[in-house]
Ligand binder design. Structure first.
Ligand SMILES: O=C(O)CCC(=O)C(=O)O
Length: 310
């Protein structure tokens, strides 16, 4: 075999390898963007660093605007079916009996982004609809989600999904930059009826003034992430439309609960080899009777204790 022939063969093999690698990485990119939007692991490294540094990251485009609007319509159809707005416990952990919320907590694009932050084996253990009506004077006082939670390790995060536009005028979320590094700070339980938090709890202003605050301006379908120690708040809605956010609490399956009544949780991605939480099931239909019974049981067990925020 002449030297030239060997060189030619090697050149062909090299080209085949290059083409194979290029096609493979293109396939990965296509897979990561199959939802048609910007949540890609390769672009996410900077955002993951922002999250580590600031205790939050936004905006992340997870749903198309139409899709987010569709979820709002399904929420309002449920309200129409009830003949009233959702109240109290119906706003919390309601992925157990509303199929549209079950879909949202499992949404591929939201979970792709969550996976970038806490790994591939993911549970949700709670969710809350935060709805402010037009002209609503109520607000959310500065607080940390961690106040009534006991977990180890503490990398629990909230994906806050905007189902309407969110801006200063309608009481968007505000986040205190870097406050996740404070650890747990003291909260006072106040008696302010306009405070939408269940215990009217709040952090003192002198503590909050240590940090700069960021308005979380979002378009429908965009999400923000915040760490369980990140202090946050929001003001009244002085706009003529509702402001609707859906907060989903996610953790890695390896997270242990270290206090409070035993939580139930839903595996939404990957596998759970730890089994620390009683597993939850998806509802078969809206107002699923089994889902509602399970919801009542799990929420009431929690509500009876000092750890409840529902
Ligand atoms: O929606 C809001 O304004 C507040 C959200 C909140 O307190 C939370 O996600 O824990």
């Amino acid at each position: 075999m002449s030297g030239q022939f060997v060189k030619a063969v090697l050149a062909i093999i090299t080209h085949i390898c290059i083409i194979y690698l290029a096609l493979r990485s293109a396939t990965i990119m296509i897979t990561r963007t199959s939802c048609g939007i910007l949540v890609k692991k390769i672009l996410h490294n900077d955002q993951a660093l922002d999250y580590q540094r600031d205790g939050y990251v936004f905006p992340i485009k997870a749903l198309a605007i139409d899709e987010a609007h569709g979820y709002r319509c399904r929420l309002e159809a449920a309200e129409d079916a009830l003949g009233r707005k959702l109240q109290h416990m119906e706003l919390h952990k309601s992925y157990l009996f509303f199929t549209f919320l079950d879909e949202l907590v499992r949404h591929e694009c939201i979970l792709d982004a969550v996976e970038d932050l806490i790994g591939p084996d993911i549970l949700t253990f709670s969710s809350s609809l935060f709805i402010k009506e037009p002209g609503d004077k109520r607000f959310i006082a500065w607080h940390q989600d961690s106040t009534y939670w006991r977990f180890e390790p503490t990398d629990i995060l909230t994906a806050w999904v905007a189902l309407t536009p969110c801006h200063r005028g309608n009481g968007c979320l505000q986040l205190a930059t870097g406050s996740h590094r404070w650890g747990q700070v003291e909260h006072r339980e106040t008696l302010d009826e306009r405070n939408m938090l269940s215990r009217d709890q709040q952090i003192d202003n002198e503590v909050i003034e240590r940090a700069t605050n960021q308005d979380v301006v979002l378009q429908p379908g965009e999400i923000s992430f915040h760490h369980m120690f990140t202090a946050h708040a929001s003001g009244p809605n002085s706009s003529p439309d509702r402001r609707i956010g859906f907060a989903i609490r996610y953790m890695a399956t390896s997270t242990r609960q270290t206090g409070g009544p035993k939580l139930t949780a839903m595996l939404v991605r990957g596998t759970d080899t730890h089994g620390y939480y009683e597993p939850e099931q998806s509802p078969q239909r809206d107002f699923d009777p089994d889902g509602m019974a399970f919801h009542r049981q799990t929420v009431e067990r929690h509500r009876a204790t000092k750890y409840s925020t529902m």
